[in-house]
Design a binder for this molecule. Structure first.
Ligand code: NDP
Ligand code: NHF
Length: 274
């Protein structure tokens, strides 16, 4: 667990739920949590599986208090407040551990009003912590300069060795904002890269595990998605397997940064991050 800026704790490794559909969501989350050990689940209104995420949490042998559940909203201003109430109702949950503004599109006024609306939910106990996603440095500065009563605890961004976002990560650290790495496997787009595969064979681990270990050793909270028990275990082993990448491996992986997105379509993100 890592302590966040607001005093709550967050598990250091999570599972993403993008593209989990219907019953697959419940089955995948059950195997991840009950057979492997995951406690941190990342969903969003956009993923259309909040109801299944809630159904899993309510029926799990692991108590709700031991799970860390995140959702995200694209809604703006006061409608963000209502949208999270709808999410709670769909999931039949009493609270979300973390709610994120899914993307900064909409302009400064909309971003401020959205933050204020979501802050009300924290004060009412329906949400424990608030954060942002896809925020750039200028969006973070704008938020921090508004001196928010409820502090942002995370920025969830695309991050993996091929899109390392070092400057943005440093900005997050300067504001005590943790980085959650989405697409930490870059959706598989770089398997076979010669450096990645060399480090994987040298360390005796898979390329996916090397990417996740890089993320953890770089101080991030990776959120790999897998609906497959074997791959859920493989990914978890990067966190709990008791092995590390050497400094030399880390340096080589740092050298893979291409400075551009490698997983989520740039066009989608330029709309969401305008
Ligand atoms: N805030 C935002 O804007 C965004 C947030 N996210 C969040 O981040 C999470 C992770 O990102 P995501 O887009 O899912 O991409 P990932 O980088 O996590 O890749 C997921 C893909 O890799 C496969 N996979 C998982 N583990 C392995 C493995 N060990 N070896 C080979 N293949 C593997 C999965 O298939 P399989 O299931 O069959 O194992 C799936 O197809 C999302 O699920 C979502 O929660 C993602 C995008 C944007
Ligand atoms: O969270 C998300 C999952 O991935 C999508 C794109 O592939 C994004 O648009 C979205 O923000």
């Amino acid at each position: 667990m890592i302590k966040m800026a607001d005093g709550h704790s967050i598990p250091r490794f999570g599972i993403g739920a993008w593209e989990m559909r219907g019953k697959e969501t419940v089955d995948a989350l059950r195997s991840a949590v009950e057979q492997v050990g995951y406690r941190h689940i990342d969903t969003a209104q956009y993923y259309r599986n909040e109801a299944e995420t809630g159904a899993f949490a309510r029926s799990s042998s692991v108590p709700r208090s031991e799970l860390f559940l995140t959702t995200k909203t694209f809604s703006k201003g006061s409608s963000a407040y209502d949208s999270i109430l709808r999410s709670l109702s769909a999931a039949q949950l009493e609270y979300w551990d973390l709610v994120l503004i899914h993307a900064p599109d909409g302009g400064p006024k909309a971003r401020r009003e959205t933050w204020e609306a979501l802050s009300r939910l924290v004060k009412e106990g329906k949400v424990r912590s608030l954060g942002v996603s896809n925020y750039g440095e200028k969006h973070l500065e704008e938020l921090m300069q508004s001196k928010p009563e409820v502090l942002p605890v995370v920025n969830q961004i695309e991050c993996h060795p091929f899109f390392a976002q070092s400057s943005l990560r440093a900005k997050c650290a300067s504001h005590n904002i943790l980085v959650q790495a989405y697409c930490p496997l870059a959706r598989g787009n770089y398997y076979g890269d010669s450096t990645l595969s060399r480090i994987a064979s040298r360390s005796g681990h898979t390329e996916a595990q090397v990417m996740l270990r890089w993320s953890l050793q770089s101080g991030m909270i990776p959120l790999p998605k897998s609906s497959n028990l074997g791959r859920q275990k493989e990914n978890w082993d990067a966190f709990a397997g008791g092995w590390e990448l050497s400094q030399e491996d880390m340096k080589e992986l740092d050298g893979l940064d291409r400075g551009q997105r490698g997983a989520v379509e740039s066009q989608t993100m330029s709309q969401e991050c305008a």
